[in-house]
Ligand binder design. Structure first.
Ligand code: COA
Length: 265
């Protein structure tokens, strides 16, 4: 049994800058818009600033919160369990409690509390008063959101990402790791030309490149609100140092509307 005191008190999540995240994480963001890519601005929240009112979010701006997460203790200290638990609603608290592993529970807590604090700060509303609905395909939607405000969250063991913008947005984060079934996963998730690029990469760089493909595709599918109901190998992306979207199925609109940003190669 997990010690109850341990899961209800103490710091458990710490903000990361994009540079700090590069060593151990791969993350991607996707937005659907008509603004030229060079006009998009990424504002990475590198302290607990997301808990205070956020300076007006401009139409071409994306706010991103990256954090590492650990079981509560003396470690990461941007968010404390008791502060995060206070903003969840009963449904979220119930879902959180159903995760068997404390790492997964803390990831869920950080992502959902982080999303509430971030959206509350953008919208000028109390984080615990926000209400969410789910689209038919599972995309969470803020009820009574200010015009066009969208958000996305991702929780992996040990890390979370939350992003928001005044346009459809998706974010995905994965720990950088050895992937034992990378070939089998590539067959399912990557298009033929992407698999060729992956095969050309030096073996030591392949896990990072694979995870770039993976997170770029998931971010696009989340921004579109469709998740894996669209097979990821039907999207084609350039996962190089300036990532871009090369092709999307008609259900996702025009390829020219998609912009992506990712962690360093
Ligand atoms: C969305 C999805 C791609 C993300 O999966 P993942 O990598 O395992 O997990 P992540 O932590 O990165 O993201 C999960 C979050 O994505 C969001 N999400 C779920 N479905 C989504 C969708 N259709 N569009 C956008 N975001 C979605 C949720 O916030 C979810 O977090 P939560 O479950 O804690 O609320 C995947 O869960 C998926 O496709 N699910 C299937 C959806 C589906 O087929 N639904 C059919 C219903 S008929």
């Amino acid at each position: 049994m997990t010690n109850l005191r341990k899961v209800t008190h103490g710091p458990f999540a710490a903000s990361l800058s994009t540079d700090q995240a590069n060593d151990s994480l791969v993350w991607s963001l996707a937005v659907k818009c008509t603004a030229p890519p060079e006009q998009l601005r990424l504002r990475c929240l590198h302290d607990a600033g997301f808990a205070r009112p956020i300076e007006e979010l401009k139409s071409e701006e994306i706010v991103l919160w990256l954090a590492k997460v650990a079981p509560p203790g003396d470690g990461p200290d941007t968010l404390r369990v008791e502060q995060a638990m206070q903003v969840l609603d009963a449904k979220e608290t119930d879902r959180m409690a159903r995760f068997l592993h404390i790492e997964d529970r803390m990831g869920y807590l950080a992502a959902h509390a982080g999303a509430r604090l971030l959206l509350g700060a953008i919208a000028g509303r109390a984080a615990d008063g926000l209400r969410f609905e789910q689209s038919a395909l599972g995309k969470p939607v803020l009820v009574d959101a200010p015009a066009e405000l969208d958000f996305s969250l991702s929780h992996a063991r040990g890390a979370v990402a939350v992003a928001a913008a005044h346009m459809p947005i998706g974010v995905d984060i994965e720990p950088l790791r050895h992937i034992s079934d990378m070939d089998a996963m590539s067959e399912i998730a990557l298009a033929a030309e992407e698999r060729r690029e992956l095969a050309k990469a030096p073996a030591t760089l392949r896990p990072r490149l694979f995870l770039r493909y993976w997170t770029l595709k998931e971010a696009i599918l989340k921004a579109a609100g469709v998740g894996f109901t669209i097979p990821p190998d039907t999207l084609i992306v350039d996962a190089g140092s300036s990532p871009s979207v090369l092709a999307v199925p008609a259900a996702l609109g025009s390829t020219a509307q998609w912009r992506v940003i990712a962690s360093a190669t």
